[in-house]
Ligand binder design. Structure first.
Ligand SMILES: *Cc1c(COP(=O)(O)O)cnc(C)c1O
Length: 466
């Protein structure tokens, strides 16, 4: 199986090159040229597998033999062994034919661990084999940095540098990052805001002359194909438990950059009977407006109670647009160029009608976030975080056949987002047992001025040269 760019240039690539590249050279995103196909018999045969073994079966065709099976299996086993629940992604029933799949039992209590635990290990394996090293550089407004750090800490071929705005992230968020003391992990608090941090990262990718020799710069953001690939697995996991391949299953997915839900679309493309995909947004609702009115239009960023879904544009949406343009790279490239200039795009009526057979959407504002958290708690005793609740609420808003099982992807543990829980009139739960001592753990981080030269000097000094 080979990969191509959504913008049509650069020819076909193998799995390892796609893994290391992140973004394609023509500015597009990598997608499989053709999807592996799983028959109903094959899907049935996966039913009794534990999560790690299922993951191996689903991921293997995407790696296409470029990593030996026994090694790939080891990397996958290690990735999910660190989860604090032996089911890895346990399901809880919240209503008639309605489930929540908990994707927050990883080391940072959010679903990004599913992808980043594996991504760090895959990168480490491929770099070591090639005798190379890489620097992972990223900026975080608080929530996503820790998942990248936890994903890279065990990888000797990686040095990770995560910038966060000094004194502008919550104590729990800071401690989740800064209490990781491995010597390839570098937390840097920048005197500035999140945008300052992000600009420094962007400028570093644009001019990489500061890098030590034989070292590459890699991005672990959600456009990396390997992240999507890892997320496909839990759609199989959930669907098998509620009746696939004999029944169609609906998924409701709290959505920001369209990575998580796109993995559900890929699962369907592989043969999993996914009957509906519900895009649940907060008031940063560009995707909801697209699915409602075929109007994908950039608006200003709004800060909400579900901050990990606060986006202006959805970086992975390009992958779906590529299919809606009949996989014509040139047509997609010109659509994206015009979006860059005008801040708006739409697709043909027929492409939009076709995609709406599978996708539905719903938007939840801050007030409904709180009332829905309370309502679910009163009805079931289940406490959902403010991201997850957008998915729960969306199910009540859209039309899905009664007999179709519905699974909401729970993307974070409620302890991470206490503000919304308290606004809902409920109490923030305690940290789970494996993190109970977080507030006492030793921390390590450096504070730097908002100055690119100083950052680059710091990276040169603190990365391990080969
Ligand atoms: C990243 C994130 C999301 C959004 O996921 P996308 O793949 O960007 O759509 C939702 N909830 C939480 C808690 C997240 O961290």
């Amino acid at each position: 199986m080979k990969y191509i760019s959504t913008r049509g240039q650069g020819g076909e690539k193998g799995f390892k090159d796609v893994l290391l590249a992140g973004l394609a050279e023509d500015g597009g995103l990598y997608v499989p040229k053709e999807l592996p196909q799983f028959s109903a018999e094959k899907i049935s045969s996966l039913r009794s597998l534990p999560y790690n073994e299922l993951a191996f079966e689903v991921i293997k065709p995407f790696v296409n033999g470029e990593i030996e099976d026994s090694i790939l299996k080891g990397l996958i086993d290690d990735s999910y062994a660190s989860f604090a629940h032996t089911a890895v992604a346990p399901m809880t029933q919240i209503g008639h034919n309605e489930w929540i799949m908990e994707l927050f039992h990883g080391p940072t209590l959010a679903f990004k661990d599913f992808a980043l635990q594996l991504l760090g290990r895959l990168l480490n394996h491929v770099l070591t084999e090639r005798g190379e090293r890489a620097i992972v550089l990223g900026a975080t407004s608080g929530d996503t940095g820790s998942a990248a750090i936890e994903g890279c800490r065990h990888s000797d071929a990686l040095d990770i540098f995560i910038l966060h705005p000094y004194q502008r992230v919550s104590e729990v968020q800071r401690r989740q990052m800064t209490s990781v003391l491995d010597d390839n992990v570098n937390n840097i608090a920048i005197h500035g805001n999140f945008d300052d941090c992000q600009s420094m990262v962007k400028e570093s990718f644009a001019d990489q002359s500061f890098l030590p020799e034989n070292t590459r710069l890699v991005a672990v953001n959600s456009i990396n194909w390997a992240r999507i690939m890892a997320q496909v697995v839990y759609y199989f996991h959930a669907a098998l438990q509620v009746g696939a391949p004999d029944r169609e299953v609906a998924f409701s997915v709290p959505t920001g950059n369209f990575g998580d839900i796109f993995a559900g679309y890929i699962a369907k493309g592989m043969g999993l009977p996914v009957g509906k995909l519900v895009v649940a947004t907060n008031t940063n609702d560009i995707l909801h407006r697209f699915f409602k009115d075929n109007d994908y239009r950039k608006q200003e960023l709004k800060h909400t109670l579900s901050p990990s879904m606060d986006i202006m544009v959805s970086s992975n949406f390009e992958r779906l647009l590529f299919d809606m343009q009949n996989r014509d790279g040139a047509a997609l490239a010109s659509l994206m160029d015009s979006f860059q200039q005008t801040g708006t795009l739409s697709v043909s009526d027929s492409a939009w009608d076709d995609i709406k057979v599978l996708f539905n959407s719903s938007r939840t504002d801050n007030e409904s976030t709180c009332s829905a958290i309370k309502e679910l708690f009163d009805r079931t005793g289940y406490l959902a975080d403010p991201h997850t609740i957008t998915g729960v609420r969306a199910l009540a808003e859209v039309d899905i056949p009664e007999e179709m099982p519905k699974v909401v992807l729970s993307t974070a543990h409620p302890v991470k987002f206490g503000e919304a829980i308290e606004k809902a009139g409920l109490e923030t739960p305690a940290l789970p047992h494996h993190m109970a001592d977080l507030m006492e753990r030793e921390e390590r981080y450096s504070v730097l001025e908002n100055d690119l030269k100083k950052l680059h000097g710091f990276i040169q000094e603190h990365s391990k040269h080969s």
